[in-house]
Structures are given as C-alpha cells and as structure tokens.
Design a protein around this ligand. Sequence first.
Ligand SMILES: Nc1ncnc2c1ncn2[C@@H]1O[C@H](COP(=O)(O)OP(=O)(O)OP(=O)(O)O)[C@@H](O)[C@H]1O
Ligand SMILES: [Mg+2]
Length: 248
Amino acid sequence: MRTIAISNNKGGVGKTTSTVNIAAGLQILGKKVLVIDVDHQAQTTYHFGIAPKDLQFSIFEVIKGEINYKDILIQKSGVDILPAKPDLKDLDFLPFPAKEFLLKEALDKIKEYDYILMDCPPSLGILTLNALTFAKEIFIPLQLQFLPFHGMYNLFDGVQMVKQRLNKDLDISGIIATMYSANKSINKEVMEETETRLPGKLFKTIIRENVYLQEAPSWGQTIFEYKSDSNGAVDYLNLCKEIISQEK
Ligand SMILES: Nc1ncnc2c1ncn2[C@@H]1O[C@H](COP(=O)(O)OP(=O)(O)OP(=O)(O)O)[C@@H](O)[C@H]1O
Ligand SMILES: [Mg+2]
C-alpha cells in the first residue's frame, strides 16, 4: 500500500485536481484507492460531487477519535472517500498534545487499499503536518513558473523538518508539472530548470492546461467521467501509469 500526500504550500497549483483525477485514473487501472480530504476548503469533497453541508460527520470527527473512519466513508467514481467539512480548520484550536499524529493514529490500521491519497491545504499548518506524518510519500504539483518553482524550496525545508521530527520514512517521490502550455516559454524553461536542479524528480508525464479539468468539478465528476477523450484525461491516465511503474 502506498500512502501519498499531494502537497504544496503554494495555493492553486493543482493539488485537488491531481488528487481527484489520479485517484480516478488509478481506479480505472484496477487499483483500490482511498482519498482523504485533509483540506478545510473541502474541495476534493466538492469535486467528487459531495456537498459538505449535507454531511453530519466528516474526517474531523475521525481525527478527534470520536468515530470510526468507516462511518463516514462515501463511494464515488469507484473511489472510497473520507470527506471534509470547513470545521476541519478548528483542528488548530483543539487542546490535544502532539496533534500532528492524530490522523495517523486514527487511520494506521487501514490495510485494504493499494493507494491512499491525501489532498492538503496550501500551507504547512497542522492539517498538512497530519497528512505528512501519516504519508510515506509526497507528490508535489508544480505550476511551471518562476515564483512557484522557487517557492518549492520552502516546501523542501518543511519536508526536511517533518522527516527529522515527525516521520523519518517520508520521501518526495515525484513532482507533477501542471497547467503546461506549449505557448508559454516560461513553462518550458522552468521544466528544464527543474530537471537540471532536481534530476529524476519530475514525472515524465506533463499535465497540460485543459479547460475540461476546470469544468469537471462543477458537475461533481472526475475528468474521466466528464470528458474521457480530453487532454486532461489522457494526461492523468498516463501519469497514473507512470505512478504504477514506480513500483517495478
Ligand atoms: N491542468 C489544468 N488546466 C487548466 N486548469 C487547471 C488545471 N489544473 C487545475 N486547474 C484549475 O486551476 C485551479 C486551481 O486548481 P486546484 O484547485 O486543483 O489547485 P489547488 O492546489 O488544490 O488549490 P488550493 O491551494 O486552493 O487548494 C482550479 O480552478 C482548477 O480547475
Ligand atoms: Mg485544493
């Protein structure tokens, strides 16, 4: 079982889009996948067509140890989902010691999946720290522009700190280039710079800019349900094949 946090402290880089569509792609390729929404924005939850306001319980009660994860499990698009609600941000105010370990403690016994994917908020706050403490791997979605590229080094420092203090097993196992446009020379330049400075870290599959990836969430669908012949679907399926090939 691979436990992967999809994380970047920068906002709007494609974390949620990647979490949902990698989960769906892996499922299409025959894998059993659990998605955990670890973001109080609950965007992964919305993307799968689940309205947070209709939920009585969510991952927050599981993290607090009040209920079992099976009590909130929802199946959509062939994927099991542990949804979030905006109250997840209150984790910050809980008077529990060692709060970074709560998610791991609540879910450590799960064994029945090939992949667990966690969507993180755009910060290195307590929610992301919970995901990085439970995860074995991180995928970093990267927008191929100058500032996001340099911002990624702050994330590397954060990951190093997590490795030292919380989770020595954690590793960055791939950077996902997102929203690539052949018309933008900066995209190509940053891609080359990433390959030079961080050899072997960038997935070979590049996720191209694709409007259907923006539209699919409003229908509560993955890209494979919404527009299965789009560049977005082709790219995410190829990325999933590459993710699986990391295991050989
Ligand atoms: N390959 C793509 N092509 C076009 N639009 C994209 C692509 N990937 C993501 N988007 C769009 O960019 C926006 C940000 O993407 P997304 O919500 O996945 O980022 P995020 O990193 O999860 O953001 P946040 O930090 O707020 O959680 C969304 O509107 C999404 O639909
Ligand atoms: Mg998001």
